[in-house]
Design a protein. Structure first.
Length: 156
């Protein structure tokens, strides 16, 4: 059995990254807690895997901005985390199962990025690498993602 045929523990490792077409937003996992709470993880892919990527200062700033601004649109946000491959983010929500609403939250959040005049918590007290930020890079990524809003529901 080859590496590409072997079932992996991590959901995204089982996704054929050569067949997806970014940008997209897809449900990447569902976990139920012992008390019945349900966490849904979404793959928010900004860039085409293995063809393009976001630069780290832009990723970092966009992470700060989405983490802060998304919570203005939903109390169900658990976390927004950048992918190590620099092609997107994971969004985790608790007890929220409306995909169209997730798209709406993301759209509103990215529009907030476009009008922001600073990166939240971009200082040495609140951030572990405050020197690595790009407001302009974050806005550029948000603008490009929003321009392809009609494509978000198509993964392949």
């Amino acid at each position: 059995m080859s590496a590409t045929e072997k079932k992996m523990n991590v959901e995204s490792f089982n996704l054929d990254h050569t067949k997806v077409k970014a940008p997209f937003v897809r449900l990447a996992g569902v976990k139920e807690g012992i008390n019945g709470d349900v966490i849904r993880k979404y793959d928010i892919r900004f860039c085409q895997p293995n063809k393009e990527h976001l630069e780290m200062p832009a990723i970092h700033s966009l992470e700060h901005m989405m983490a802060e601004f998304s919570r203005n649109h939903s109390e169900k946000i658990v976390d927004i985390s950048p992918m190590g491959c620099q092609t997107g983010y994971y969004l985790a929500l608790i007890n929220h199962d409306n995909y169209e609403d997730v798209l709406d939250i993301l759209e509103k959040t990215l529009n907030d990025v476009l009008v922001a005049d600073e990166v939240p918590a971009c200082n040495e007290v609140q951030c572990g690498w405050a020197a690595s930020h790009s407001l302009e890079g974050a806005k550029k990524a948000a603008k490009e993602m929003l321009e392809k809003r009609a494509e978000w529901t198509t993964v392949f």
